[in-house]
Design a protein around this ligand. Structure first.
Ligand code: MTE
Ligand code: MO
Length: 426
């Protein structure tokens, strides 16, 4: 068994399968995961704030940037994670599989990390396409897995720290690492196995990453192949793959890349009034109520309730703002809105700008039929009850008769088809 496993590893030996490449890819992957984790937490708390939390309302495009980063970094994880798995794959054939309890914990943490990461990025990607073929709720699972990933990643980095530190910088061109054969062919196998046995008794094998390298340099007459060139080729391939998957999707949030947006689920400018729609009036079953002549917006922010018809809202002073819709699913789009400043409307209804608000839509079901807004957004002069979009009366799909639009918030909180606004603390 031992020999079989060594042979498997010898067969898989390649100059890209070494601790240096693992470190290079691992660093990028770690960075991508950290970006995803940070921006993901930000997005989570915007939607489910802890009681003491307030958020910056500026820059107005902040969420567009954080969530765009989340999706771009998440997509980059696909080639990076595959590359990392390719590099460390021979570790699967380590023998004995575990050497101590600590070693067991380390390997278990890696198994957990790999499994959780693959599920995390896959459901994340599917979510950007609003496709949920899995039998569990996306948000809760995506959130929980993030902690599994970061936790097991910390264990992994902690254990590998000496190896990472040793390979943080490239080895000198004539270092031993440069002398790995590209592949070990059939004739070599026996020699490698022998060499491995020799090394294993000499050195008490514990880490495969290092082993393969050390072992192979033990083989007499192992061909001196241009390992550095082949590593460079591998890293170039990975870089190209990252560039491709990012370049072909990032246009859904980064305007300059719009033309290259082939695979992004949303396209800038495509949709009523030039803005994409996530939830339609048909899905929300609001058309009848929204188009009814009886529609009024009720404000319950002062002692008494006040109602405003659409004509009354339109008769109040109007403000123009440019604000993006920035969806949690990663797409975003700048738009020109016109409507009544929320602050002024709350004031007109006898409320205080320091109250948090509950925004209730005409929608009877659906996760976002009602949302909450911290008073920092109420006070921001850019926050509107919008009546117009891009120079026209708000389309039904964009929330006619009136919708909320505020700076720095996720799309899910930009409540469409408003029906009622109430103070929460009152
Ligand atoms: N009432 C209601 N408002 C809603 C939603 C919803 O499901 N119901 N979806 C939100 C989401 S997820 C986004 S991204 C934005 C999209 O706004 P748009 O359709 O005008 O582009 O609307 C938000 N407003
Ligand atoms: Mo959204």
């Amino acid at each position: 068994m031992r020999r079989l496993m060594y042979e498997a590893r010898a067969q898989l030996a390649s100059p890209v399968r070494n601790p240096r490449t693992a470190t290079v890819i691992g660093r990028l992957l770690g960075l991508a995961f950290l970006l995803c984790f940070g921006t993901g937490l930000y997005s989570h708390f915007l939607q489910q704030p802890l009681p003491w939390m307030t958020f910056p309302t500026r820059p107005a495009g902040l969420y567009q940037v954080t969530q765009g980063t989340h999706i771009v970094a998440g997509i980059a994880c696909f080639p990076l994670l595959l590359a990392k798995l390719y590099v460390v794959f021979p570790q699967l054939f380590r023998y004995p599989p575990v050497t101590s309890f600590a070693d067991f914990l380390e390997r278990a943490s890696i198994a957990l990390f790999v499994g959780a990461s693959l599920v995390e990025i896959t459901i994340g990607l599917l979510n950007t396409y609003q496709w949920y073929p899995f039998p569990f709720p996306f948000r809760q699972v995506h959130f929980a897995l993030a902690f599994v990933i970061i936790g097991s990643l910390l264990v992994h980095i902690g254990v590998k720290l000496p190896l990472i530190a040793a390979h943080w910088r490239a080895a000198p061109a004539d270092g031993p690492e440069e002398r790995h054969p590209v592949d070990t062919n059939a004739e070599d196998t026996a020699a490698v196995a022998l060499a491995v046995t020799k090394v294993s008794t000499d050195e008490g094998l514990s880490r495969t990453g290092g082993i393969t390298g050390r072992v192979l340099s033990y083989i007499d007459g192992a061909p001196d192949l241009p390992a550095r060139t082949s590593r460079r080729g591998f890293l170039t391939t990975v870089a190209l793959a990252v560039t491709a998957v990012v370049g072909l999707t990032a246009g859904q949030t980064l305007a300059p890349l719009d033309a290259a947006n082939v695979f992004g689920p949303r396209k800038k400018g495509v949709g009523p009034q030039g803005v994409p729609v996530n939830r339609t009036s048909a899905q929300a079953k609001v058309a009848t109520a929204a188009l009814s002549a009886d529609w009024v917006l009720t404000l319950a922010v002062g002692g008494t309730e006040r109602v405003f018809s659409r004509a009354e809202l339109a008769a109040l002073p109007q403000t123009d703002v440019d604000l993006p819709i920035a969806c949690v699913e990663g797409w975003s789009q700048m738009a020109a809105w016109r409507g009544v400043r929320l602050r002024d409307l709350v004031d007109a209804a006898g409320g205080s700008p320091d109250s948090d608000l509950r925004l209730i839509s005409l929608e009877q079901r659906g996760g976002f039929k009602q949302t909450e807004m911290g008073s920092e957004y109420v006070r921001d002069p850019l926050t509107l009850v919008a009546l117009e979009l891009n120079g026209e009366t708000l389309d039904l799909e964009h929330g006619f008769p009136a919708r909320m639009i505020a700076p720095g918030r996720p799309g899910v909180l930009q409540t469409k088809w408003l029906s009622r606004i109430e103070a929460i603390d009152a």
